[in-house]
Design a protein around this ligand. Structure first.
Ligand code: PLP
Length: 382
């Protein structure tokens, strides 16, 4: 057994990021500035969208996306229960209601056929989550959103690198939201990005992200001289800082390398676990790029002999940190009580919710770390 605890989702921070942060600190420009602009530019080029707006988190990105697309009181937004609470919380914060539909248990992504059935005259948008980094069936979701005149807003928190037959995640929907939280594929400690091809929305996003103030308010203390601003709408304080962008710029430039390492670990896990009684993730069809954010095994008590939570405790005792993504959101107390949800409402999401366990998967992992995870899984599944 390893001596040191392997922390789940520990980020790989390299010297370039550290030097860039120090450069910002020395320059005195630590708020929103030119590095945020550069990060936005490089991010939009990477995903192939017209515009990218950097914000303080993906939660902020989701909230602003709801607002600029006009979602509010009385509206419904269709989403998945197999997600982090931020996805549905963002809908609620506008006064709208999240309507959950079940997932396809193979892909763990929202099932487009069930989306169709949930549409009514209050539905304003579909908010799919590319779970674990596997892109949703965007071809079907795009068709549905066009047929019914709905906005398609992507939660790409897990899926910066993902692409599918309809294109790169971040360039398909009307708005796409990304996370740079500590455990994510690109890390800025906290941070998020919204991409869109609509200039009017990109402009609105910038204004709403900074108090609702007019035009580049962050420039108001620059050496161009003081600029007056006008408050156009009651906005939020959701801007990203140059300290965060300093991390993001270098993390993004290294994205192919870090994805390649996670791919390597992924393949190794799948090979080593092939004969175990835990269930490994299904392969996406050819042509699909999976962003390899979460490697989730399913621990079924009937075949493994213990509940997932016991399995997780055993992994912990073997010094391996793991995660659970997620307890199905409709079963969380707030959602359960407010929307009167019951066990059995979304059987596929509940099946995953009861069994899923995320193993460490990150570019910082050494070969030794990977082999320790493999050994621990083999030991715990007997
Ligand atoms: C699917 C999903 N959506 C949204 C978020 C929120 O991201 P952030 O922590 O950047 O606000 C997360 C973060 O874990 C997530 O996993």
């Amino acid at each position: 057994m390893r001596n040191e605890f392997l922390v789940y989702g520990s980020p790989a921070i390299e010297e370039e990021e550290i030097a860039e942060v120090v450069d910002s600190l020395r320059s005195g420009w630590i708020g929103t500035g030119p590095k945020v602009g550069l990060f936005e530019q490089e991010f939009k080029n990477y995903v192939g969208a017209e515009y990218a707006v950097a914000v303080s988190s993906c939660t902020a990105a989701l909230h602003l996306s709801m607002i600029v697309s006009g979602i509010g009181q009385g509206d419904e937004v269709i989403t998945t229960p197999m997600t982090f609470c931020a996805t549905a919380n963002a809908i609620l914060h506008t006064g709208a209601v999240p309507v959950f539909v079940d997932i396809d248990p193979e892909t763990m992504n929202i099932d487009p056929e069930l989306v169709k059935k949930a549409i009514n005259n209050r539905t304003k948008a579909i908010l799919p989550v590319h779970f674990a980094g596997r892109p949703c069936d965007m071809k079907s979701l795009l068709r549905i959103s066009k047929d019914y005149g709905l906005h398609l807003i992507e939660d790409g928190a897990h899926a910066i690198e993902a692409s599918c037959e309809t294109g790169k995640v971040g360039s398909i929907g009307d708005l796409s939201c990304f996370s740079f939280y500590v455990t994510k594929n690109v890390v800025t400690a906290e941070g998020g990005m919204i991409t869109t091809n609509r200039k009017d929305w990109a402009d609105k996003l910038k204004i709403y992200a900074l108090h609702g103030m007019s035009r580049d308010a962050w420039k108001r203390y620059s050496d161009d001289g003081f600029r007056h601003y006008q408050v156009l709408v009651p906005g939020f304080k959701y801007n990203m800082t140059d300290l965060q962008a300093s991390l993001g710029i270098h993390q993004l430039r290294r994205i192919n390398k870090t994805l390649a390492r996670r791919n390597e670990i992924w393949e190794q896990y799948s090979y080593e676990f092939r004969d175990l009684n835990v269930i490994t993730p299904t392969k996406p069809p050819p042509g699909v790029v999976h962003a390899r954010h979460l490697y989730t095994i399913l621990v079924d008590e009937n075949s493994v002999g213990c509940h997932r939570d016991t399995f997780q405790e055993r992994m912990q005792r073997n010094n391996i940190g793991t995660g659970i993504h997620y307890t199905a959101l409709h079963l969380q107390p707030y959602y359960k009580d407010r929307f009167n949800h019951r066990k059995g409402d979304f059987p596929s999401a509940e099946y995953i919710s009861e069994r899923t366990l995320s193993l460490p998967l990150g570019p910082k992992m050494t070969d030794r770390d990977v082999s320790d995870v493999i050994k621990a899984v083999k030991k715990c599944s007997h």
